[in-house]
Ligand binder design. Structure first.
Ligand code: EPU
Length: 413
């Protein structure tokens, strides 16, 4: 664990210097679900493009612990990341029982698990809430297919119930499902291995339950990380002269790229590559409205706020998914940004404003990355403490940004 490490970043003071190319790694929020899906298999699942990040290590630890206690998601590990809850579906479907603590992860406001519990209940399971663990038991040891309509769109609830339904008896219909591309990508892979899932990537997913899946040597190829792609594009727009982002899927970041273009950034997108060159300065202000995919991802909201602080005019961010995702705002304001929280869901940004150095502490994974961007734009040398939070989702970020010309190092605190 890297709790006691920090990044030291020498800011460019508004100059646009970064040059070269940077490759996007496999998607955190893709591979974590694929790792959970391995519980549905009767053989080993080969995987490629797996990012070397802390959340992947935690998921592997949870899977290891299941070898000893096959129905228990260990509390001390599961509490470290939200994606741990995705394992509940496959474990319950396979073992007929699962015990798990309330999942941890970034503090983004209220993050309930009612959609999961109600989904399991609908599929014929009982829910018992103990002091530190929930215990879910499938009636007769087997989940049964059901028609489930989600009252709101949830990425992990969609994935969890989709995976549980693969081993359930009968057919499950999920309505108002999330559309994130990692979901369709995972369904495609599970189908190659024997699952019968149709409609993944649309609001209605149908799953015909069956027996254990068999990989037979077919690999799960982790798709490129959309959030990393968008974050690098924003970094390049802020401090880049000519930056090429490779190994990505530009179609998955359509909305953020459209906003950057609207602001005046020179964005050129190919099939799996994006080239960003500094456009006419200052950039024009844009406004952001976070939304489920294919809308503007909430995970790119904090990095985008840093971008907006450098744009001319007044804009706003409407955060529609979470009610506690502005914890980065105070520090950004202390660095010199004109950014004001109007409500738990809305901030207003005016710019452009020069940012100056600050010693920062990551508030959460995506907020931490935004701090790296802010430090890169600012005048002077900043530190970003609590590197572990950034390492949860970004592989060796300093080693990958330094070759572009950013002066960034990691050190013990
Ligand atoms: N919600 C409920 N009840 C539930 C589940 C969700 O009320 O049982 C609410 C949440 O509180 C939230 C909304 O539904 O207000 C949507 O949340 P969702 O469930 O879609 O979020 P999630 O599945 O917990 C995933 C990603 C997040 C990403 C969101 C939104 C993973 C592991 N996490 O979270 O990623 O922000 O979808 O796209 O896939 C990150 O990677 O840093 C991250 C936070």
């Amino acid at each position: 664990m890297n709790m006691r490490e920090q990044f030291i970043i020498k800011g460019l003071g508004g100059a646009k210097r970064l040059e070269g190319s940077i490759a996007v790694r496999g998607a955190k929020n893709g591979v974590l679900k694929a790792l959970a899906a391995t519980v549905l298999f009767d053989d080993e699942v080969p995987m490629t493009n797996v990012p070397d990040i802390e959340d992947v290590k935690r998921m592997r630890e949870l899977l290891e612990a299941l070898k000893v206690e096959p129905t228990v998601l260990k509390k001390d590990i599961a509490e470290k990341f939200r994606a741990s809850i995705v394992l509940t579906g496959p474990v319950l479907a396979r073992q007929g029982k699962v015990e798990f603590p309330f999942p941890g992860g970034c503090v983004l406001g209220e993050r309930s698990i009612d959609l999961f519990l109600n989904g399991f209940r609908a599929m014929g399971a009982s829910v018992e809430e103990g002091e530190s663990y929930f215990t879910i038991r499938a009636e007769g040891g087997k989940l049964r297919g059901e028609h489930i309509t989600f009252p709101l769109v949830s990425v992990t609830a969609t994935e969890t119930l989709m995976m549980a339904a693969v081993l359930a008896e009968g057919t499950t219909l999920l309505q108002n499902a999330a559309l994130e591309p990692e979901i369709a990508d995972l369904a495609l892979y599970l189908n190659e291995c024997g699952a019968q899932i149709s409609g993944a990537g649309t609001p209605t997913i149908t799953i015909v339950g069956g027996g254990l899946l068999h990989a037979g040597g077919i690999s799960y190829n982790t798709p490129p990380d959309r959030i990393e792609t968008g974050s690098f594009a924003i970094l390049a727009a802020l401090v880049g002269k000519d930056v090429t982002i490779t190994n990505c899927n530009p179609a998955w970041v359509d909305v953020p790229l459209a906003l950057l273009r609207q602001a005046g950034v020179d964005v050129e997108a190919g099939k799996d590559v994006i080239r960003i060159r500094a456009g006419d300065m200052p950039y024009q202000m844009v406004s952001v409205h976070t939304h489920e995919y294919p809308g503007f991802a909430t995970d790119l909201q904090a990095p985008m706020a840093v971008f907006m602080s450098q744009c001319q005019g007044e804009g706003s961010i409407l955060e529609t998914i979470f009610d506690g995702r502005f914890r980065y705002v105070d520090d950004l304001a202390l660095m010199g940004a004109d950014i004001v929280v109007m409500s738990p869901h809305r901030v207003v940004v005016r710019g452009p404003k020069k940012l100056s150095r600050k010693n920062l502490e990551s508030p959460d994974l995506r907020g931490g990355l935004a701090y790296i961007l802010a430090a890169a734009v600012a005048e002077g040398t900043s530190t970003v403490d609590n590197a572990y939070l950034i390492d949860r989702g970004y592989e060796h970020i300093e080693e990958r940004l330094a070759p572009l010309g950013l002066d960034i190092k990691r050190e013990m605190t």
